[in-house]
Write a protein that binds this ligand. Structure first.
Ligand code: PLP
Length: 415
């Protein structure tokens, strides 16, 4: 059998929709400056699908620093991996700033959040250790665990009694192997918007011996009194052992970081394979991240504006009877019941008739007959955008309940 056979026979779980969906539902092209309104297929649309939470992506101060850094340094410097030849005082300075902001002793930069997380997990556990993780863990956590030779136990999303049961199992096992336990949670779950119950998880440390790693990709910059993250929101920064953040969301950049105790970060610096064997972050990313971090710290107005939009959007949608699940973060899922066919009709209706562009999630990512339309509010949205969107979603809900989308589907199948 030719290993390339699968490329024509079975394109994989997402690739099988490529023929019908590519360019529209998958790999759409959003054009023009990053903002609340962008061009999709030649027409201006109201965009609710970018993790540009604080609106920094196209902020003039950010653009200026990015451009100046690119002019001064180019994209090549520093060349090589940090351990060999790609290390600078600017990388170190950014790490000190990040550590201070998230209330940790030290931090280390990651040249992509995803690879960074894979290597944090890979470095932190060995064959004797057990990982206990939430069932809705992001793909980067799952991929990190794929490299783990020891056991891993999953608990149903945010169910603390089940976490406790898995911790009991894990404890019995490590008592025999002589290993330790790593619990992995997210700060903000990116699909549902609900928070990892860090306040409850840390309480279990009284009963069990384990370390906690939090992936706070969506919480960094958005959650907590100063935007330092979901553990700041819960007031448990001193009990969360390893904090992971990405620059790809609130910071509107690229790269990420891990923060914790000095000795642990030093260990990671020498053991994260995806960082040791790959090029370090180029200078414009580092200088640009410093600017963004300074704005995160000194300009709370971006976060305040974000939350004004979040609160108005979530209140408006809830008042119209839309189900937003348990979100407590800016991530705003609109959960509807319907088939995959109806989901595509809704997305088409929103895009073509209301000029609203948002992401759509269906089975097998979420349960059968559930449709999740995910809205990501940002500081560059306006309250007019919110009013318009609330009305549009209220219309969509009514049409779905009156079977308008399934009728349309039938018409299309017949013709
Ligand atoms: C929860 C979570 N973790 C990690 C990542 C990966 O971050 P990056 O985009 O920096 O690779 C993402 C980004 O999509 C994410 O949502």
């Amino acid at each position: 059998m030719d290993v390339f056979n699968k490329c024509v026979v079975n394109m994989g779980p997402l690739g099988k929709y490529a023929l019908q969906g590519e360019g529209y539902y998958m790999f759409p092209k959003l054009e023009g400056p990053i903002s609340n309104k962008m061009i999709f297929q030649g027409k201006e649309r109201l965009v609710w699908s970018l993790n540009n939470y604080l609106g920094l992506a196209n902020h003039p101060d950010v653009r200026k620093v990015d451009a100046e850094a690119a002019a001064q340094w180019g994209l090549a410097y520093p060349m090589g991996a940090r351990m060999m030849s790609g290390h600078t005082k600017y990388h170190e300075e950014l790490e000190r700033e990040l550590a201070g902001f998230v209330g940790r002793e030290a931090a280390y930069l990651l040249n992509y959040g995803y690879q960074g997380m894979v290597s944090i997990i890979n470095a932190m556990v060995d064959r004797k250790d057990v990982i206990v993780y939430d069932s809705e863990a992001h793909a980067c956590i799952i991929d990190g665990m794929r490299l783990h030779f020891g056991k891993r136990f999953v608990y149903p999303h945010n169910e603390m009694s089940k976490l406790e049961r898995e911790l009991e199992r894990a404890t019995r096992l490590v008592d025999k192997t002589g290993g330790g336990i790593l619990v992995i949670t997210e700060g903000v779950y990116g699909m549902s918007g609900d928070l990892g119950k860090m306040d409850k998880i840390v309480k279990l440390k009284k009963k069990f011996n384990f370390r906690i790693l939090v992936d706070d990709a969506h919480g960094f910059g958005t959650m907590g009194p100063t935007g330092a993250g979901t553990d700041e929101h819960f007031g448990v920064q001193d009990q969360v052992d390893l904090y992971f953040g990405t620059f790809a969301k609130s910071m509107a950049g690229i790269g990420g970081f891990v923060a914790g105790d000095k000795k642990v970060i030093k260990y990671l610096q020498y053991n994260m394979r995806s960082q040791i064997f790959a090029k370090s972050l180029p200078m414009p990313m580092v200088i640009g991240a410093m600017k963004r971090l300074e704005m995160l710290k000194n300009e709370p107005e971006h976060r305040e504006k974000l939350w004004t939009v979040v609160n108005a959007l979530q209140k408006g949608l809830r008042e119209k009877g839309l189900n937003l699940g348990n979100t407590e973060s800016p991530v705003t899922p609109v959960i509807l019941s319907g088939s995959i066919g109806e989901a595509t009709q809704i997305t088409y209706d929103l895009r073509e008739n209301y000029n609203i562009f948002c992401s759509i999630v269906v089975y097998p990512v979420i349960p059968k007959n559930t449709i999740l339309l995910r809205l990501i509010p940002t500081a560059v949205h306006t309250l007019e955008d919110v009013d318009y969107t609330v009305k549009a979603f209220s219309n969509v809900k009514r049409k779905l309940e009156n079977h308008k989308y399934s009728e349309k589907l039938k018409e299309q199948t017949v013709s």
